[in-house]
Design a protein around this ligand. Sequence first.
Ligand code: ATP
Length: 229
Amino acid sequence: MKRLFAVIGLGRFGYSVAETLVKKGCEVLAIDRDEAKIQAISDIATFAVQCDATDERALKAVSTQNVDVAIVSIGENIEASILIVQTLKEMGIKSIIAKAVANIHGKILQNLGVTEVIYPERDAAIRLAHRLVSPTVLEYLELSPGYSIEEISVPDRFSGLTLEEAKIQEQYNLNIIGIKRQVTRMVKGQMKKEETFNFTPSPNDIIEKGDILVMIGKEQDLDRFSNAE
Ligand code: ATP
């Protein structure tokens, strides 16, 4: 049976979450108090309901389905987000993911017992700052404090070496979990650029100029590698 996700609040964040879940084949119950937002999503969502989710009775009435995961993506109105989470907890929804706009907001949500608090703006800002400081870092995802996964453009001096010869693991204490590469292929008589992703790299794989290495490790080691000439 397909899992049912309730997305409450269809701002830019909530809409994108709902849209992606639908694309992934999930059932989505989309809720917003703004009729225009409901209209905009009604073609793609499994159910789209206009209601003020702070109205406990209304929220309970529209969420009678068996919601597996609820995503509360209301940032501006902290009080509303808290009231909605409280109702969802009362309803016994086990998995609740809530967006926070500030630390205090996040702490309150955590105290209410949500499964996960996310800070989309803060996380995007941190990723941007990482990229700005180290332009070779293309993507950044913190796994736990001090540890992350990064996509780093490989310095030219490694070109032509196998992963074993490059000794990245030994010298930088990093694990390479994938290699992204732009390749040009002839498709129906036309040259097309596409990205390949080798997610099972082996010691004999050769690094090519322009490759992007996906690596996991301590941030200070990743910084050392991304700043290496
Ligand atoms: P984003 O950054 O994702 O665009 P935001 O945090 O800036 O969102 P909010 O003001 O938090 O924007 O609102 C997000 C959505 O939640 C809006 O579409 C709004 O209509 C909806 N919303 C706000 N309060 C409620 C509520 N009480 N019940 C239902 N929907 C609500």
